[in-house]
Each structure stands twice: as C-alpha cells, then as structure tokens.
Design a protein around this ligand. Structure first.
Ligand SMILES: Nc1ncnc2c1ncn2[C@@H]1O[C@H](COP(=O)(O)OP(=O)(O)OP(=O)(O)O)[C@@H](O)[C@H]1O
Ligand SMILES: NC(=O)c1ccc[n+]([C@@H]2O[C@H](COP(=O)(O)O)[C@@H](O)[C@H]2O)c1
Length: 168
C-alpha cells in the first residue's frame, strides 16, 4: 500500500517527523508532497522546494527506499487540485492529513483519508519556529538535527531575518 502526505514544511519539524514515522508503520511506501513548491524567500515560506527536499531526505535517510519526495506547485483552483496532484505523483491508495481543505478535496474525489496525530502543536509548528529564528530564540530542538544542519548550511536564519527586516 502506498500513502500520500502533503505539507509546506517551512521548515520540516519534529511534528511532521513523528507523524511521518507513524505513517511509515502503516504503509509500504509514502509519497511526501512538498506543497506551495513555487514559494520561497518570504516570511511564511522562506525555503525553496529544493531546500525542503534536502531537509526531508536527510532526516528520513533511513527510509530512502520507501519514500518519494515530490514538489507540488499550487494551482489556485481547488476543484482541480486533486487531479493536479494525481498527475504529478506515483499512484497512491490512502491520504493522510489533518488539513480540512486537503481532507475535503480528497474525500470528494473518492480517496480514503486518514487523520494523523497532533504532536505538541504549541512548539512543533512552522510559524513558531520561524518566529524564533527571527527573534533569536532557540529553535534547533524543534527540528530533526539534519534539518538544523541544512538550515545552517544555506544561511536560512540570516535569510529569514533579512526578509523580515524589509520595511518598505
Ligand atoms: N505538531 C504537529 N503534529 C502533527 N501534525 C502536524 C504538526 N504540525 C503540522 N502538522 C501537519 O503537517 C501538515 C503540514 O503542515 P505544515 O507544513 O503547514 O506545518 P505547520 O507547522 O502547520 O506550518 P505553518 O505554521 O507554517 O503553517 C499538516 O497536515 C499539519 O496538520
Ligand atoms: N488549489 C491548490 O493549489 C491547493 C489546494 C489545497 C492544498 N494546496 C496546498 O497543499 C498544501 C497543504 O499543506 P499545509 O497543510 O501545509 O497547508 C499547501 O502547500 C497548500 O497550498 C493547494
């Protein structure tokens, strides 16, 4: 059985990681969709699709043979979005999500959708991690260590701070 899970992963954090490890207990293979792949260099979406691929593939290096990481651009037409996804990824049997729009669209298209656990949503949240990066608070403990390394390699914190300081 092959599953599908999508997120923006800005950045990939321990909440995503735990959920994906749970899913990998249930499925043979998992497609991880990198949503809003066209976005980067903004406060909500600082990292490119390629940088997010690097974070996820390094954090899940032990599962490489069972995962497909596929960037998916937004199409801004919800009624066609599932077809867009299906056209870009390997066939899958089940969708894992807690995002109400994603759940609704896949259910309407006839897919089985399973909910995932919510893990320490206060801290394991992209918005909170990006806030900490901008403010200089510690964030490294909220992401897999491989992700912290990638963010350091690409100068991610400096990028986010510079973007956030733009005031015109
Ligand atoms: N702490 C968490 N525990 C379980 N699932 C999570 C957690 N955080 C996010 N998810 C799930 O991961 C998927 C992708 O989420 P996303 O990439 O938007 O992360 P996020 O932390 O919600 O980011 P942001 O705050 O930037 O919106 C969503 O379905 C979301 O419900
Ligand atoms: N019409 C569309 O392009 C469409 C519809 C539903 C979800 N999505 C994308 O799926 C992803 C869902 O992930 P999040 O749970 O991180 O929001 C986002 O990147 C979102 O933009 C896109």
């Amino acid at each position: 059985m092959r599953g599908f899970f999508i997120g923006r992963f800005q950045p990939y954090h321990l909440g995503h990681h735990e959920v994906i490890l749970d899913i990998l207990e249930e499925v043979d293979e998992l497609i991880i969709g990198i949503g809003s792949a066209q976005e980067s260099h903004t406060i909500e979406n600082p990292f490119t699709a390629g940088e997010r691929i690097l974070m996820i593939s390094r954090a899940l290096k032990d599962y490489r043979e069972r995962i497909y990481i596929i960037p998916l651009e937004d199409i801004y037409r919800n009624s066609l979005w599932v077809s867009h996804v299906v056209s870009m990824v390997p066939p899958f049997d089940v969708v894992y999500s807690n995002n109400p729009l994603v759940v609704r669209l896949f259910k309407e298209a006839g897919y089985e959708v399973r909910n995932t656990r919510i893990i320490n949503r206060v801290e394991f949240q992209g918005t909170e991690i990006r806030r900490r990066m901008i403010c200089g608070d510690s964030w490294e403990n909220l992401v897999p260590k491989e992700v912290a390394e990638v963010i350091k390699e690409i100068g991610g914190v400096e990028r986010l701070r510079e973007i956030a300081s733009t005031d015109y």
